[in-house]
Design a protein around this ligand. Structure first.
Ligand SMILES: [Zn+2]
Length: 243
């Protein structure tokens, strides 16, 4: 015979079962891994996204102790269209040098690839996938983050160590830390210095822009291949350097 306390227990269990969400809808607790942006970095990215009609790309900068926290978004010279971004490999190499001089390690500035989409969709294109695989595929881990004009985001953390693989992770703006003020003047300058429509570069044809124009002609894969090579060249340097 059931005691009153047993009856209560059974009713509670039944209620809990009724409240339980279907298995496929449950949020996995392991999704605590997130890509976080400082409010300043996020504001800068929104500014850059909305400045022109093309895609814009850059690298996320993270502190050594928190590699999935983007505290700044840095642009390099690039030839852009509404569906692609081609980085100038010389500019990427300069960016690397500058970051090394600032005392950062490659995982702080060369693992998070960020770009915007001028349309509504944040889904990676075939070109995005190819670029990511070629340019970042040999890194032990990397992130592809896309922000669309409508506000949609796509973020994938990719591993090449062990069996390899990747999974999408959530994105958040992290207000928990101190953050710098808006700096639209320097963001605007960055944009003006780095972002060019691909056809504009082809038209200019100035000697100084040769490398950039080449990047536009060769497409994003080759431009980023150069970036990856320079990254690999620099990696041993870090290991040899006394800390
Ligand atoms: Zn894209």
């Amino acid at each position: 015979m059931k005691t009153p306390s047993n009856k209560l227990k059974n009713r509670r269990l039944k209620l809990r079962r009724l409240l339980r969400r279907p298995r496929e809808n449950r949020v996995r607790p392991r999704s605590r891994t997130r890509l976080r942006f400082s409010p300043t970095a996020w504001a800068k990215l929104l500014y850059l996204r909305d400045r022109g009609g093309t895609e814009v790309g850059g690298f996320g900068i993270a502190p050594a102790a928190d590699l999935l926290y983007v505290e700044d978004v840095r642009l390099v010279r690039q030839a852009c269209t509404v569906v692609s971004v081609a980085f100038d490999d010389l500019s990427v190499a300069e960016f690397f040098d500058e970051q090394v001089d600032a005392g950062r390690r490659p995982e702080q500035f060369g693992r998070i690839w960020i770009h915007t989409h001028p349309g509504e969709s944040a889904e990676p294109s075939c070109v995005d996938e190819e670029t990511f695989a070629r340019a970042f595929g040999s890194s032990d881990w990397s992130v592809m983050f896309i922000l669309a004009r409508g506000g949609k985001t796509y973020c994938r953390l990719q591993f090449s160590t062990g069996p390899g693989g990747g999974f999408q992770i959530p994105v958040a703006v992290d207000f928990d830390r101190e953050f710098a003020a808006s700096d639209a003047k320097s963001w605007s300058l960055d944009y003006a210095n780095c972002v060019r429509a691909a056809e504009e570069f082809a038209r200019l044809g100035t000697p100084g822009a040769a490398s950039f124009a080449d990047a536009a002609l060769f497409g994003p894969e080759q431009a980023l291949d150069g970036f990856q090579e320079s990254a690999l060249r620099k990696e041993p340097f870090f290991d040899e350097r006394p800390l």
